[in-house]
Design a protein around this ligand. Structure first.
Ligand SMILES: *Cc1c(COP(=O)(O)O)cnc(C)c1O
Length: 351
């Protein structure tokens, strides 16, 4: 059998896994999920949709597209859906990718980018973070005439840092008009710093900016897989074109529509997470840790060569964190009990 050579060097995506303490306690803080189960109205929509799954889903995702367009006040044909925004990012890469094409992104950033770039057969150009944040000046310099796409993960996964209005504007001024800038805003709902611009504002001002959003985090539907892009018609159309037919399931579409209707309830939960985020970061700082300011639902600890040891230590307390060996650990903000378990583990880590 013969496979593409790139498969030999492709990183393998490691999903966050559960760990259990000797006393049976288990807290999953490794995948930035919502700790809350879906609200009753969303569960009811899922139940109803489940009775119809002998039929194929609506391939055009009409109701959901309409609901998103209405919610954000954008034209219907500026919205493109996919089974999770990871897949929407993949669709975007498929739409621009051919041999020789370059995609620029910060590193470390979202671990899916290198994987998706490899799969699309494009060349990754990684620009190191500066002080745990995007180095947008260096990213602008990394753009060549082969660049077709730049990912800006805002806030950045896994460091939680966010790029601000002035630096983003200066960066966008330097990006050629034919290069797409994809603002990955998976954590937008958790942003509280008013100087971090809403990507939709930038999309309205700049035709080459597209925004990626997801129902997986704040909207609590990680298990159902729904994400979307908002961008100019040309970009949305290209992304729609390369979507595998029927990729967003009927149940997922129905649940996402219901989640938008239950938005107030869901955003109130986001507020709780944001409060917990402040509590967790303050407690960590009090314990003597260095924690970059975070606008997302996780914190980042740069542990260097002690990262694996830290993850194993937390696992003994039943707390699963996300280690990036040699670099650091990302820890999701959960409910108060989960966060307390993590804070106890962090306090007792021998330093
Ligand atoms: C979680 C996450 C996503 C969303 O992934 P889905 O495929 O929608 O579940 C996208 N981008 C980043 C940076 C993320 O962390």
């Amino acid at each position: 059998m013969r496979f593409r050579a790139i498969l030999d060097t492709m990183p393998v995506y490691k999903p966050g896994k559960r760990v259990t303490a000797p006393d049976g306690r288990s807290f999953k803080l490794s995948s930035n999920e919502s700790p809350f189960p879906p609200p009753p109205s969303v569960l009811e929509a899922i139940r109803r949709a489940a009775t119809e799954i002998n039929r194929y889903p609506d391939a055009s995702c009409h109701r959901l597209t309409e609901a998103i367009a209405e919610r954000y006040g954008v034209p219907y044909d500026h919205v493109a859906l996919g089974p999770g925004s990871v897949t929407v990012a993949q669709q975007l890469l498929e739409a621009v990718g051919e041999p020789g094409v370059e995609v620029v992104y910060a590193w470390r950033s979202f671990e899916a980018y290198p994987l998706l770039a490899d799969m699309a057969g494009v060349t990754s150009v990684r620009v190191p973070l500066r002080d745990e944040a995007h180095d947008l000046e260096a990213m602008a310099e990394a753009i060549t005439d082969r660049t077709r796409l730049v990912f800006v993960c805002n806030p950045n996964n896994p460091t939680g840092t966010a790029s601000r209005t002035a630096e983003l504007a200066a960066f966008l001024d330097r990006v050629p008009e034919h290069v797409i800038v994809a603002l990955d805003e998976a954590y937008r709902e958790y942003v509280r710093d008013e100087d971090v611009p809403d990507g939709l504002t930038l999309y309205r001002e700049r035709p080459n900016v597209v925004v990626l959003r997801t129902f997986s985090k704040a909207y609590g539907l990680a298990g159902l897989r729904v994400g979307y892009l908002i961008g100019q018609r040309e970009a949305a159309e290209a992304v729609r074109k390369v979507m595998i037919p029927f990729a967003v399931s009927h149940v997922a579409q129905a649940a996402a529509v219901a989640a938008l209707e239950a938005e107030q309830e869901l955003l109130a939960r986001v507020e709780e997470i944001v409060k917990e985020r402040t509590r967790v970061r303050d407690a960590l700082l009090g314990q003597g840790w260095q924690v970059p300011p975070t606008e997302a639902n996780f914190v980042w600890l740069r542990l260097g060569d002690r990262t694996t040891e830290f993850a194993e230590h937390c696992a003994r307390y039943g707390v699963a964190v996300r280690p990036f060996p040699g670099e650091g650990a990302r820890v999701s903000i959960g409910d108060a009990e989960e966060n307390d378990a993590f804070l106890t583990a962090a306090a007792e880590f021998p330093r």
